[in-house]
Design a protein. Sequence first.
Length: 212
Amino acid sequence: MKINELLLNRESPRSFDSNYIISNEDILTITEAMRLSPSAYGLLSWRTLVIKRSSKFREELLPLFYNQKNVTEASAIVLIIVSEFDKLIEKDIPQYVSLMDDNTSDRVKNYEKRMLSDINYAKVDPYYVNWTSKEAFIAMGASLAVAEELGIDLCPIDGVNKKKIKEYLFENKLIEANEKFGSSVILGKRNIDVPKKKKIRLDKKEFTKIHD
Ligand SMILES: Cc1cc2nc3c(=O)[nH]c(=O)nc-3n(C[C@H](O)[C@H](O)[C@H](O)COP(=O)(O)O)c2cc1C
């Protein structure tokens, strides 16, 4: 099926089959789409943490997701963990540079300096608050069609207590101090007893205006 058809067919279920168990293979196919997503400067500024229904962390996380019905029923929650500015500076940039082919060249050294200077600027500019969290949405977007292609239902979940989730993940040693919760998606099979909801979108003509 073409990607636009997959996007047309998919929905964010409000209710999931609470008995369905997603395979790790399917989870990894979906998180691979997130890994391949573009990011500013190509920095490796996010990773994923998957909390399956059987995980010991799930029960304690649910209230931080406001006990949303679909979250409690889904087979897995994929948390997109993003870097704070300090991690970008201290770890992500050096790591990215080390993976470049010509990393001892003046060109790469200058590029590294430019990234550091830009990110140090972004750190203090309110416009860039939550910069890396915004990038998490790119990962989320990339995963939508891949899940649908696999026959897995996915719902983006961002209506959560982000501050408390960050604290919980840190207290439980699931993230570092310089990381935070970016956003999340839940995976599983939709509850077939609940009819699909109507797809509501802006009219195509209103949505895109092309000026030739
Ligand atoms: C950034 C973002 C945050 C969202 N947060 C939630 C959420 O917390 N809970 C939920 O049930 N759905 C959430 N959704 C799903 C939207 O409600 C859903 O995408 C929208 O109603 C359109 O429906 P569709 O995806 O089925 O086409 C979120 C979607 C996005 C993109």
